[in-house]
Design a protein around this ligand. Structure first.
Ligand code: GTP
Length: 361
């Protein structure tokens, strides 16, 4: 079986970090999300992936040279200046998909600890045209909720139901098995939405089924969700790691990649992820944040609840408040304070305090 991975969106909600990398390359506890997807596919014996991308995403993915875990990886590229949405790229990859076998479709911005074999089994048993993975959440009002019958047939999709009014807590997990016949439902060379245009037709024709998945599922689409994804995985896998530096205070849970330098009396954690070759000075505090590789953070700075891009420079005694996103290679000079929710575009230099939450381009 082949897997098609949707990875050509613009990731507008994760700007400005997504200005210089597609969402599927965002590191989750220092490992690109896509690498984890390849790993899981390989564990499930699915050895061929089609990356549905735009030309820029293709460039970034090839450049990163992530481990493929034995998979054969091919690229299907959206036409220039024509984003194809979530269904159009599947039609665009028709030749690579072939006409005979069912195939998997995965949203490239989702971390899911799913056994693909089980959803494929449901798909075959039900002789479905489409089978989607369903994940149970506490509050489905942020997502599309899905109603199913006792025999797992999809009855209805309800987009962002009002709080408390959703008939089920099951949401579309962004993982599907499709029969190649579904390609006939998608118009060529156009932006088409799988969720809004194709699935409702398949539901009407009673050809669509759901598979309730177990295990971890995280959508990294928004900054808070991205930080939460790191937090959840830190908690799951990094509780016993020891870092042998007496002058350093580690508050669980943290992940520190290779080549990182940390000065005296610095406090890392709780819930901090530090990427490769990051240089951190003395008396620094990093709490509930993700610091991408090659960043430098000088003495006395405090970072809380924020995402710091690759190669960012942070001077002395800088304060970075909750929910800030600093784009790659930006420079924040000494003594600057950034308010909650500030976003700094890649390469931008900030040498004065910013008072209101704002995007600084
Ligand atoms: P936002 O702009 O923040 O909404 O993000 P997005 O549009 O990148 O993501 P969304 O959650 O809407 O899309 C779900 C998946 O489909 C993601 O993995 C996207 O990369 C992918 N995707 C969305 N639009 C396109 C597109 O036009 N072409 C391709 N090839 N993939 C897409």
């Amino acid at each position: 079986m082949k897997a098609l991975i949707l990875a050509g969106g613009f990731g507008t909600r994760l700007r400005p970090i997504s200005c210089s990398r597609p969402k599927t390359l965002f590191p989750i506890v220092n490992k690109p999300l896509l690498e984890g997807i390849f790993e899981r596919l390989s564990e499930n014996n699915i050895m061929e992936a089609i990356m549905a991308v735009n030309s820029l995403t293709e460039f970034y993915i090839r450049k990163q040279k992530i481990r493929k875990h034995g998979l054969k990886v091919r690229y299907s590229i959206d036409p220039p200046k024509t984003p194809l949405g979530t269904a159009g790229p599947i039609k665009n990859a028709e030749k690579l998909i072939g006409k005979t076998d069912s195939f998997l479709v995965l949203n490239g911005d989702i971390f899911a600890d799913i056994k693909y074999k089980e959803i494929i089994k449901t798909h075959k048993e039900k002789k479905a045209l489409a089978t989607i993975a369903l994940h149970e959440v506490k509050d489905p009002s942020r997502y599309g909720c899905v109603e199913i019958t006792e025999d797992k047939r999809i009855k209805k999709f309800i987009e962002k139901p009002k709080k408390g009014s959703a008939p089920t807590n099951l949401i579309n997990a962004g993982i599907y098995v499709l029969d190649p016949k579904v390609l006939q439902y998608i118009e060529k060379s156009k932006s088409v939405s799988m969720e809004r245009e194709i699935f409702p037709k398949l539901v009407e024709e009673k050809k669509m089924f759901g598979h309730c998945m177990q295990g971890l599922w995280i959508d990294i689409g928004k900054p808070t969700e991205y930080l939460e994804a790191n937090k959840i995985l830190l908690k799951a896998h990094y509780n016993n790691k020891k870092y042998d530096n007496k002058n350093l205070k580690i508050k669980n849970y943290v992940a520190i990649d290779t080549g990182v330098k940390i000065g005296e009396k610095t406090v890392i954690g709780p819930y901090a992820v530090i990427g490769k070759q990051v240089a951190i000075g003395k008396n620094v505090q990093i709490i509930e944040s993700v610091i991408l590789s090659d960043a430098e953070i000088q003495d006395g700075s405090k970072i809380n609840g924020s995402i710091i891009g690759e190669g960012v420079f942070i001077g002395k005694n800088v304060k970075i408040g909750n929910g800030c996103i600093i784009g790659d290679c930006a420079k924040i000079r000494d003594n600057v304070s950034l308010p909650e929710g500030a976003a700094v575009c890649p390469g931008k230099e900030i040498s004065e305090n910013i008072l209101k939450s704002n995007i600084v381009c």
